[in-house]
Design a protein around this ligand. Structure first.
Ligand SMILES: NC(=O)c1ccc[n+]([C@@H]2O[C@H](COP(=O)([O-])OP(=O)(O)OC[C@H]3O[C@@H](n4cnc5c(N)ncnc54)[C@H](O)[C@@H]3O)[C@@H](O)[C@H]2O)c1
Length: 420
């Protein structure tokens, strides 16, 4: 069935909400972007992305110039509502649904008959049902799912998780297959109508709790597999073997595909989402919990490796190359590289030079430390006794080999594997 979608209100204009809003607007939909951060609202209205993501600036400028995307601080009536607010965890690692609750409270007054509400935020199983129940309490004049058996609903609710890769978001938003978890079949149909506006990948309809767990399972799968690679790196260190070579050769097996180890696991998703599964089935998640612990422990191991190599210098100068949580982005959220630099600097003995081509200032966590300074990459390498490669930014491949090889190099990225 055809459900016309002329206006969409996107709540939360961050890494997910902003590309989604701009993409919908580029297809001619009237988009109202909502964010509680006034600086975000101003930047979007000026047509300027406030984080770096390929092609987003072009898309956003076109959307605002054509008048199809407008940002504001409060939701306005629309045909569809897309919620893309943060879902962090609490101090005890249970899911924090406060942002979703706040978004529900904000949209409730403007909801109307025929609307669809889509939760895009990564959510624990049951969050979509909880959202619908909250909306139903706030708007007793409208019917929400699950509803009475067989009766049509006034407002439809679905969970459609996002699985785009930072650095390729604009493309993947359109091309990836999309899981559409409707609270009822009609809910899935209504949500699908929104994605049909721009989707080239396949829309795959299921129920909301399955969609919730699918997204969490995807990230837990990545986490467990990275933990395997990180554990291999510890084993190889003890046995005096080259982990990059071991993985490269093992992957020549036609049914083996070991991922790459690194400084740990950071970012907003993989380091967080597995905890949502653990919270919902604590007695049945031994592997997922252990993987989290293995990955969280990697920064401490890297610091110990650096300290060991630094012992022979009186007051070593240590260049830490790369601070973001992954290569070729400017996102610092939960970055293990920052944690490593912070732990190194805390002793106060070392001088730490930070170099990251994607940053123009020191990360907040390091800015106040007197023995830490930001440097150009080559300058950092030249001034350092020890060079630690923490993130595999492609620009680091241009560092002349001979400059690197003159120093003590600790490479947790594999960039120098094969330099000889
Ligand atoms: N970043 C990613 O790569 C990625 C990938 C897949 C899924 N996700 C998930 O998508 C969701 C959003 O993540 P993100 O990276 O876009 O977060 P983000 O922090 O970049 O953006 C969230 C935005 O929501 C705004 N906000 C918070 N509460 C609000 C409210 N009540 N009303 C309006 N705006 C509000 C914030 O000011 C912020 O601008 C999370 O659940 C995340 O786990 C993120």
């Amino acid at each position: 069935m055809d459900y016309p979608i002329r206006t969409v209100c996107v709540v939360g204009l961050g890494y997910i909400g902003l590309p989604t809003a701009a993409t919908l607007a580029s297809r001619g939909v009237e988009v109202i972007g909502v964010d509680i951060n006034p600086q975000v609202v101003d930047a979007v209205n000026a047509g300027q992305p406030y984080f770096s993501e390929p092609d987003l600036d072009m898309l956003l400028r076109a959307a605002t110039t054509l008048g199809k995307l407008r940002a504001t601080s409060r939701p306005e009536p629309a045909d569809a509502f897309v919620i893309a607010v943060p879902t962090p965890f609490n101090a005890d690692r249970s899911p924090n649904l406060d942002y979703i609750d706040a978004a529900a409270d904000a949209i409730a007054p403007v909801l109307a008959f025929g609307n669809v509400v889509i939760l895009e935020s990564t959510s624990p199983v049951g969050a979509t049902e909880r959202l619908a129940a909250r909306l139903a309490r706030l708007r007793p004049d409208l019917s929400f799912p699950p509803g009475r058996h067989g009766e049509p609903l006034d407002v439809h609710v679905a969970h459609c998780p996002e699985r785009v890769l930072p650095g390729r978001m604009v493309r993947e938003l359109i091309e990836n297959d999309r899981i559409i978890g409707g609270m009822t079949e009609a809910c899935a149909d209504h949500a699908e109508a929104v994605y049909r506006i721009f989707l080239q990948g396949e829309p795959i309809c299921t129920d909301a709790p399955t969609a919730e767990l699918v997204k969490l399972a995807e990230n837990a799968f990545r986490d467990v597999n990275i933990a395997f690679a990180n554990e291999l790196s510890l084993i190889c260190d003890q046995l005096g073997l080259n982990v990059w070579q071991v993985i490269e050769l093992a992957n020549r097996h036609p049914r083996v595909g070991i991922l790459q180890p690194g400084a740990g696991v950071g970012g907003h998703c993989i380091a967080v989402d597995p905890w949502f599964i653990i919270a919902s089935a604590p007695d049945r998640t031994r592997l997922i919990r252990t993987a989290r612990e293995v990955n969280d422990a990697k920064p401490k191991f890297v610091v110990a490796q650096i300290r060991e190599r630094a012992e022979r210098f009186k007051r070593p100068v240590i260049a830490c190359l790369g601070m973001t949580y992954k290569p070729d982005v400017d996102d610092l959220r939960k970055s293990p590289a920052i944690e490593i630099a912070r732990q190194l600097a805390r002793a106060g003995e070392e001088r730490i030079l930070i170099a990251d081509p994607n940053l123009s200032a020191l990360p907040e966590e390091l800015a106040a430390l007197s023995n830490v300074s930001l440097c150009d990459t080559l300058e950092a390498v030249r001034r350092a006794d020890i060079v630690v490669l923490l993130v595999a930014h492609s620009r680091f491949r241009k560092i002349p080999r001979e400059e690197l090889m003159r120093r003590v190099v600790i490479d947790v990225t594999g960039l120098t594997h094969g330099y000889g």
